[in-house]
Design a protein around this ligand. Structure first.
Ligand code: NAP
Length: 364
């Protein structure tokens, strides 16, 4: 079967409308091959669900989009998530308001973030597996709970600080630098006192964006040679490489490590649509520079949620961390919004606004 050159996302969402009182969902229609296509998604409508004893009824406000979702749709059970089959609602974290509660620990009116799935209304028993957190009112938009003040923010923080152990003066390279996690890590490197920050991203618009976020240099991997530009920009070698993409970029950074360098394996999006995994052949470079390459998984760091979110909110209010979000408008556009990640169209955290931002209700 041939793949259409330009998927027709407009036709997929044409005529669809999420509306109050009807529970709309996006389900897996087919396991994606390569990037996601309109035929991989199925729209489904149901009457409003009602919460059973011990459950809440959620009204979705925002949903986040993440590269791992394509793997969910392929039924891999990536990241410990329940394996999906054709016909299942797609997994996804988001922000919701509790409309009704029959759960002793949660109240109607609370704003929460957690595993909602691609749905406009959902009932939930708020199990530990779904990792729900109250969205603290930091006098900041609730949308940020899909980004800096959500799992992407915790990923950036846990990866950059806990896993990578940055040191002041580090020459730091970040790939996927204009993406959700990368746009935060670039700014954290500045906060942590990196001597130089180099962002790798695709295209001139993203190169400009990463410089505005604080990078001294931007490498456009789509039009420039990454090894040559790393040689120019890091003549003394790389002290810290935060890897969002894997593949050739990881290999090029391994070749330019300084003594005692650290590499953080956050993601490898360049490999997510490859049929044959990329083979790293130069990992032995770590030996000669006495370097370290380590990975992390964000869900192993949720125990530090409150501490990290408070720190991130403080940085936002102090103007040290600028949230960058790419917000698609309308639940109908979720599939297209997901495709943007693999096509490199998003700048910052890709998310989708399902309903207008509610008024803050005061409180903590
Ligand atoms: P993201 O960086 O916003 O992902 C989309 C971006 O990836 C695109 O805009 C594109 O930017 C880049 N990209 C797409 N295809 C690429 C390719 N073939 N080669 C190189 N770059 C490509 O996504 P995110 O949510 O912030 O996540 C970043 C990475 O971290 C992902 O790999 C994700 O799976 C991973 N992650 C890991 C954890 C964890 O627990 N370890 C947690 C969260 C996320 P360009 O236009 O610049 O190419």
């Amino acid at each position: 079967m041939s793949t259409p050159a330009s998927p027709d996302w407009a036709s997929l969402s044409a005529g669809l409308r999420a509306r109050d009182g009807v529970a709309c969902q996006w389900r897996v229609a087919a396991a994606p091959v390569g990037n996601v296509r309109p035929t991989d998604f199925a729209w489904h409508e149901e009457p409003m669900p009602s919460p059973g004893e011990g459950e809440v009824l959620l009204e979705t406000l925002y949903l986040g989009l993440a590269p791992v979702m394509r793997m969910y749709m392929q039924g891999t059970g990536a990241g410990g998530a329940r394996k999906l089959s054709v016909g299942d609602v797609i997994h996804g974290r988001g922000v919701a308001r509790i409309l009704e509660s029959r759960h002793p620990d949660w109240s109607a009116g609370e704003i929460v973030q957690g595993q909602i799935g691609w749905r406009t209304y959902a009932t939930s028993a708020m199990t530990a597996q779904e990792k729900f957190f109250r969205v603290t009112n930091h006098d900041l938009p609730y949308a940020l709970a899909c980004g800096v003040l959500g799992m992407p923010g915790l990923s950036a923080h846990a990866g950059y600080f806990a896993c990578g152990q940055p040191r002041p003066g580090d020459v730091t390279v970040v790939s996927g630098a204009a993406g959700g996690v990368g746009s935060m890590v670039v700014q954290m490197a500045r906060i942590a006192g990196a001597s130089k920050v180099i962002g790798i991203a695709g295209g001139p618009e993203k190169s400009r964006a990463v410089k505005e976020l604080g990078c001294d240099e931007a490498i456009d991997y789509k039009s420039e040679s990454v090894p040559e530009r790393l040689a120019e920009t890091c003549p003394g070698g790389i002290d810290y490489y935060f890897d969002n993409v894997g593949g050739e970029t990881l290999s090029a950074c391994l070749d330019r490590l300084a003594m005692g360098a650290r590499i953080v394996l956050c993601g490898s999006i360049s490999g997510y649509t490859r049929t044959t995994p990329f083979g790293i052949t130069n990992y032995a470079r770590l030996r000669s520079v006495e370097g370290r390459m380590s990975g992390f998984f964000v869900y192993n760091h949720v125990g530090r949620w409150d501490e990290v979110m408070t720190e991130m909110a403080g940085w936002i209010r102090a103007g040290k961390l600028k949230p960058v979000q790419d917000i698609a408008l309308g639940f109908e556009r979720m599939p297209e919004a997901l495709s943007r990640l693999y096509e490199g169209k998003n700048i910052g955290v890709q998310c989708c606004r399902v309903r207008p931002e509610p008024r803050h209700q005061g409180g903590s």
